[in-house]
Design a protein around this ligand. Structure first.
Ligand code: NAD
Length: 248
């Protein structure tokens, strides 16, 4: 059991796969209570059952982060069930890369709705509880793409740059309430993320890149652990990390 993690109530969005799933397992093994939000009931129910069977504490709540009422329900149910919320991990996201000239308007809309508005909704839902507690930790997931744009990644990069920017605004706003804020920007990690790409040629290139460079999801979970496990007076505001071999 790691100090500053055991007993904490952690709400995670996008917990059905990839980084969210790996982090739920990792934090649970360190003694945290995890509240799993995602759209796919079968997957989060199975993950909650697995964690509970191993002696952990997990609750699954079907949540589409594009619906504020559902995100509020996720957070409010966590607080009703466990009495508090210590960490809100706004992780759900998707990355349907394509050049702008292909007019993938539905993909643009979805990235704005999930990657930007979904994170804002998580912040909005968690803040009233954290203010009342005079404690809490909001962790938002950006990306290396929030720092560097490439052809084909314009919209995704813009959504991740937005997360960096409003996370810094949030950091300053919540000073009076003793709330910590962290934004994590990972490089290529081996998850289902590239499957959100709908253009075949773009998907093939990204797959090659991930096959060559991607590192396991545990790398991200350990960064969350690092930020969470600091003593209360230490606020890790930003972590940018990549596979050692990743150049860009
Ligand atoms: P993933 O596709 O494996 O998981 C994404 C999760 O988000 C899934 O559980 C998915 O169901 C969920 N999700 C998508 N839309 C949702 C919605 N409307 N409501 C609720 N949940 C929704 O990908 P991942 O790599 O685990 O991605 C997690 C986060 O990490 C994303 O924000 C992504 O942009 C970011 N990220 C990933 C990488 C990487 O290389 N894997 C790199 C940088 C940043």
């Amino acid at each position: 059991m790691s100090s500053n993690i055991a007993g904490k109530v952690v709400v995670l969005t996008g917990a059905s796969a990839g980084l969210g799933q790996a982090t739920a397992r990792h934090l649970s093994a360190l003694g945290a209570t995890v509240v799993l939000g995602a759209r796919r009931a079968d997957r989060i129910n199975a993950l909650a059952a697995e964690i509970n069977a191993q002696g952990g504490k997990a609750l699954a709540i079907v949540t589409d982060v594009t619906q504020f009422a559902q995100v509020q329900n996720l957070v409010d149910t966590a607080v009703k069930t466990y009495g508090r919320i210590d960490v809100m991990l706004n992780n759900a996201g998707l990355m349907p890369h394509s050049p702008l000239e292909r007019q993938k308007v539905a993909d643009w809309d979805q990235m704005v709705d999930v990657n930007i508005k979904g994170v804002l909704y998580g912040i909005g839902a968690a803040l009233p509880h954290m203010k009342a507690q005079m404690a809490g930790h909001i962790i938002n997931v950006s990306s290396v793409a929030g720092h560097k744009v490439r052809p084909g990644s314009a919209v995704y990069a813009a959504t991740k740059a937005a997360v960096l920017m409003f996370s810094e605004g949030l950091r300053q706003e919540v000073k009076p309430y003793n709330i910590r804020t962290t934004v994590i920007s990972p490089g290529a990690i081996d998850t289902d993320l590239p499957t959100s790409i709908s253009e075949a040629d773009v998907a093939e290139n990204i797959k090659k890149f991930y096959d060559e460079y991607a590192i396991p999801a545990g790398s991200f979970a350990r960064v969350v652990e690092f930020a969470m496990s600091q003593p209360p007076e230490v606020d890790i505001n930003e972590v940018l990390f990549r596979p050692t071999r990743q150049e860009l």
